[in-house]
Design a protein around this ligand. Structure first.
Ligand SMILES: Cc1cc2nc3c(=O)[nH]c(=O)nc-3n(C[C@H](O)[C@H](O)[C@H](O)COP(=O)(O)O)c2cc1C
Length: 339
């Protein structure tokens, strides 16, 4: 679909479309993003990268900031740290690597990040937030954005205060995952909070948390007035959601066709060994809820692309391409012998 009118702007950068793939460490890499872009994801985030890893010599974490050679824009590079000066130096270093936007992660809840004052730990340090956004928006050429949670815990809900500080110091967009650090991924995301945020800032807002279906995308937008919907877990093995197609509407053949394409993206980016490991992580998601566990196990043992393709062929013979996923879900077990 070609859209002439931007859905919203991040500072001067036009964004076409309103479904956005969430940053997801170990998942939102170059191969998966290539697939999601094809399904119309309007904006892509990298996996988050620690600032310390960007300040020294080249190291494997730099690959997280690779951009697909077939041009992948607009592209958000997401970084995290706990020192404004260091965040600035890291951001200045990576700005020329293909970033259209630089995003500060203020949502990561894992203790080794948040307890060091980075990720959602930044939300407990309003001065650090102010300083970081002031420095970055003054010294970078690209827009600076941030992704928040509701706060550290229920006793310290402060997303509105932090978002105001961000925007007052130059942030061009705020993304909100409607949970506290203390919830991790438990409970229900609070969409009322996303609506309040949208009311309180004059920059675009991305709503995030628990979007699983096309109806959820529309409900979140209607409920909050947010500019874009950020989709994380539900897009894994299910990039169709970014194109507003529910998994239940697909046939098995559609899934294997995309899986094959994803395999080729993964192999061409990572090489055979790492590529197969990578695709197996996604394979679990593509086949999730389907009675194909014996295939999943067999795929884990595969060592070459030829073997992978062969096994895929066996699976495609066992399961008709035309069977709808909604039907396939009801079948408890496939008795196909797996080589
Ligand atoms: C495996 C995994 C990795 C994640 N990595 C990141 C990350 O690197 N940066 C980030 O801002 N959020 C990260 N998140 C959080 C998601 O971006 C998102 O905020 C969260 O999953 C809620 O959205 P959802 O309900 O659509 O999954 C991660 C989530 C998951 C499940």
């Amino acid at each position: 679909m070609h859209m002439h009118t931007p859905t919203f702007h991040v500072r001067n950068l036009p964004i076409y479309g309103d479904t956005i793939l969430s940053p997801m460490a170990a998942y939102s890499d170059v191969p998966f993003r290539a697939i999601c872009r094809q399904f119309g994801a309007a904006l892509h985030y990298t996996e988050f990268v620690p600032t310390e890893a960007l300040l020294g010599d080249p190291n494997p974490l730099w690959r997280r900031l690779d951009v697909h050679p077939a041009s992948e824009h607009p592209m958000v590079f997401q970084i995290f740290g706990n020192d404004a000066q260091q965040i600035l130096y890291a951001a200045q270093r990576i700005e020329g690597w293909g970033a259209d936007i630089i995003d500060i992660n203020m949502g990561c809840s894992v203790p080794k990040v948040s307890e060091k004052g980075a990720g959602v730990g930044m939300m407990r340090q309003p001065k650090l937030v102010a300083e970081t956004f002031r420095l970055l928006s003054t010294h970078l050429h690209v827009p600076v954005t941030g992704k928040l949670r509701l706060g550290w815990d229920e006793a310290s809900e402060n997303y509105l205060e932090i978002a105001k500080i961000m925007v007052d110091n130059g942030a061009a967009l705020v993304a909100l995952h409607g949970r506290f650090r203390s919830q991790k991924y438990r409970g229900q995301a609070n969409w009322d909070a996303i609506a309040k945020l949208k009311q309180s800032v004059n920059v675009p807002v991305l709503g995030n948390g628990d979007v699983q279906t096309v109806a959820d995308i529309d409900r979140l937008k209607a409920h909050t007035g947010c500019d874009g919907v950020m989709i994380g877990r539900a897009a894994l093995g299910n990039p169709w959601l970014l194109a507003r197609v529910d998994r239940e509407q697909l046939t098995f053949g559609q899934i294997t066709a995309v899986l094959r394409q994803h395999l080729h993206e993964a192999i061409s980016y990572y090489g055979t060994q790492d590529g197969l490991q990578n695709i197996n992580r996604h394979l679990k998601k593509y086949l999730s809820g389907l009675a194909l566990k014996q295939f999943l196990r067999a795929f884990q043992a595969v060592e070459t692309i030829t073997e992978f393709e062969k096994l895929l062929g066996v699976m495609e013979t066992a399961v008709p391409a035309t069977i709808p996923i909604a039907e396939l879900r009801k079948i408890p077990y496939f008795c196909t012998p797996v080589p």
